[in-house]
Design a protein around this ligand. Structure first.
Ligand SMILES: CC(C)(CO)[C@@H](O)C(=O)NCCC(=O)O
Ligand code: NA
Length: 654
């Protein structure tokens, strides 16, 4: 290896890169000209609601898998070992919850934009706040997505930086604007295949070049890069099992549960079941992507452990590591560098096209259409296409803004997801899980969450300046001075050093907490005010689950059969106990259920509630501490009804 040696990009590599762009463009044009030629917004923005599960799942995965993950993950494993791999554990809950909670709620409300939900559940103002927050998040993300592969390519091969940015930006804008969501999803499928092919080819050849599997294994063991499971509960440690597997769940929820790009895909599927299935199928795809990236990091480590190109200053940032490795070790395999570069750009194209499409959708549906309710379809579709172009331009501008910063792209991107996506996740959860939350609470919560997010996020950014160089130095120093002038070192410093993997969890929880407090103060939402289907009956489902788990096998049978509400005397006062046996966990769950009786917040939908409650039941919730405690201790799955000073007990599923 030679310091001054410039790595080249051969003709065949260049051809492969151009082929990728041409093929993507061709797919876009095909969908622009097929079907009804993208004349309605339903066709243009929701792919005619005709998508099947396999293309959807590949597209779902591709959306948040950009060049950032392709270059960032191996670099992370190269420098810090395989601890990051544990983020894979967060995919379980991070996909199960969207599949079984968010998808059913959104799908059944027949939305186009996820933010329509916020208006249905709260009010217009919350919807607008949500939309703007989302636009902000995606615009930054787009900039990172388009700039990252171009920079890596430029740094290692001298390939023209802005040429690459312009070429990808233009191609992507054109196929998205012409072909609509269908083109975006099918190019995603093609690009995912290229992405996996590129990574796999590089790993296979890389393993041979590095001296075989056993040699690699010996090297990574010697270099201590296979991390054991780190169970340290300290939330300030960057990567531990908890920050990744638990904090990661919230990150995944903000991306796969409530982010418009993904919600739009769920909504474009033919049936709800197919949407749920596609969410399930993202799991193996994401695991493969993560596994390949981590393995690539290990292969790189085996090649460079004693001779790091970073230490030798052949490259300036660890995000250039992967491309350096490919140009250095695999240059003789003609076409391989090109295939990998195609892989890198595939990852980014699939991300920014999704961003364009979702941004056009929310701008149209949430910001423009409400003001022009009578706009004709052809006009709305044309406008959506123009919006796509406009966001293409915004993306190029953002690439330039990102050019002015530099840092480790993976951490920066995931931090932004947590800082902006976290509060958004919070508002959706507030609406879906807490019937008492009102609009004032939602807006206040969201704003408070965003303020906290930027405070902690920027605080963390700035206090870590020695380890990561970020933003232009001038900006960081002025922000730093600002922060040091106002901070009380110990307490705040601790907050700033919170692991970025907790950002989503912290920020969404704060939105929920503040939202609930403000709602309680300003007058909680009343039963009748809720639009049907906007709240997920969590407590009901928990009760169902408890019943299933606790009920002895011999007593299966549905509760409805046993409880006949029509047999209740009128004016009866209802109290109910939950069937609880003695484990602590069960008592805790029972307490939660007792504190929030389902019939109080879900009129009509709760199978345990009296359908004619107003008529049958006096007053509001009939519940006091003693019923809760006795319910927990002795309650045996019964509902007790007090009528004329007499108690009647109805048996429920025991
Ligand atoms: C979103 C996750 C965490 C899901 O694995 C992963 O794809 C990732 O690290 N993405 C980084 C962002 C990006 O690649 O654009
Ligand atoms: Na992508």
């Amino acid at each position: 290896m030679d310091v001054t040696e410039q790595k080249y990009f051969s003709t065949i590599d260049f051809v492969l890169f151009v082929l990728l762009l041409v093929a993507s463009m061709a797919i876009g044009l095909y969908y622009a000209l097929s079907g009804r030629q993208q004349r309605t917004t339903r066709e243009f923005l929701l792919a005619d609601q005709s998508m099947k599960c396999l293309p959807l799942s590949l597209s779902l995965m591709a959306t948040f898998q950009s060049a950032v993950a392709i270059v960032g993950t191996p670099a992370e494993v190269f420098t810090n070992g395989t601890q990051y791999w544990f983020i894979g554990c967060s995919y379980i809950l991070g996909l199960l919850i969207p599949a079984h909670i968010f998808i059913p709620v959104f799908y059944r409300l027949h939305l186009t934009s996820a933010y329509q939900y916020l208006e249905l559940r709260f009010c217009k103002a919350v919807r607008i706040c949500g939309t703007i927050t989302f636009i902000f998040q995606m615009i930054i993300y787009m900039g990172v997505g388009i700039y990252t592969p171009a920079l890596a390519l430029n740094a290692v091969t001298g390939f023209h930086l802005w040429g690459a940015v312009l070429a990808t930006g233009l191609v992507c804008t054109i196929y998205t604007a012409l072909g609509g969501l269908k083109a975006v999803i099918w190019t995603d499928v093609f690009q995912t295949v290229v992405m996996f092919a590129g990574q796999l080819a590089v790993i296979i050849v890389g393993v041979q070049q590095a001296g075989g599997l056993s040699h690699i294994w010996r090297k990574v063991i010697e270099g201590n890069r296979i991390s054991g499971i780190d169970l340290n509960p300290d939330p300030t440690v960057r990567h531990t099992f908890w920050t990744l597997a638990l904090g990661g769940v919230f990150l995944m929820l903000s991306l796969y549960g409530v982010n418009q790009t993904q919600v739009q895909r769920y909504l474009s599927s033919r049936t709800e079941k197919e949407a749920v299935m596609s969410c399930y199928m993202v799991f193996p795809c994401l695991q493969i992507a993560l596994g390949l990236s981590c393995v690539m990091g290990l292969v790189m480590f085996a090649c460079y452990s004693d001779n790091s190109p970073l230490d030798n200053q052949y490259i300036t940032s660890k995000d250039q590591m992967v491309l350096y490795f490919i140009m250095d070790m695999l240059q003789d395999f003609s076409g391989l560098p090109g295939l990998f570069v195609a892989c890198l750009f595939s990852a980014s194209l699939s991300t920014i096209s999704s961003a364009f499409s979702s941004l056009a959708t929310v701008t149209m549906e949430d910001l423009i259409k409400p003001h022009y309710p009578s706009m004709v379809e052809t006009r709305a579709t044309l406008l959506s296409k123009i919006l796509t172009f406009a966001y293409g331009l915004v993306c190029l501008v953002m690439a330039y803004v990102i050019h002015l910063m530099n840092g480790s792209v993976l951490q920066v991107t995931l931090s932004i997801f947590g800082m902006v996506g976290g509060p958004l996740l919070g508002v959706f959860c507030l609406g879906i899980f807490f019937p008492l939350a009102n609009s004032t609470g939602a807006v206040t919560g969201l704003v408070a969450g965003l303020v906290l997010a930027f405070w902690v996020g920027i605080g963390g950014f700035v206090t870590q300046i020695p380890s990561i160089t970020t933003v232009s130095t001038f900006l960081s120093h002025s922000v730093f001075l600002y922060f040091s002038a106002f901070s009380k070192p110990v307490g705040l410093y601790a907050l700033y050093s919170l692991s970025y993997m907790w950002y989503s969890a912290l920020n969404s929880s704060v939105v929920i907490l503040i939202g609930l407090i403000v709602s309680l103060i300003t007058g909680p939402m009343k039963q009748g005010e809720l639009v049907a289907g906007t709240v997920y009956p969590l407590m009901d489902k928990a009760q169902d689950l408890m019943q299933k788990l606790l009920r002895p096998k011999s007593c299966v049978g549905s509760r409805e059969q046993r409880v006949k509400w029509t047999h209740l005397p009128s004016n009866a006062m209802l109290q109910y106990y939950i069937d609880i046996h003695c484990s602590v966990l069960q008592v805790l769950i029972a307490l939660c259920i007792s504190v929030f009786p389902a019939n109080w917040y879900m009129p009509g939908t709760n199978k345990w509630s009296c359908p004619n409650r107003e008529k049958h039941c006096k007053g509001g919730r009939e519940k006091d501490l003693s019923t809760i405690i006795s319910g927990c201790l002795f309650g045996a799955g019964n509902i007790s009804v007090t009528y004329n000073q007499k108690s009647y007990h109805l048996l429920v599923g025991v």
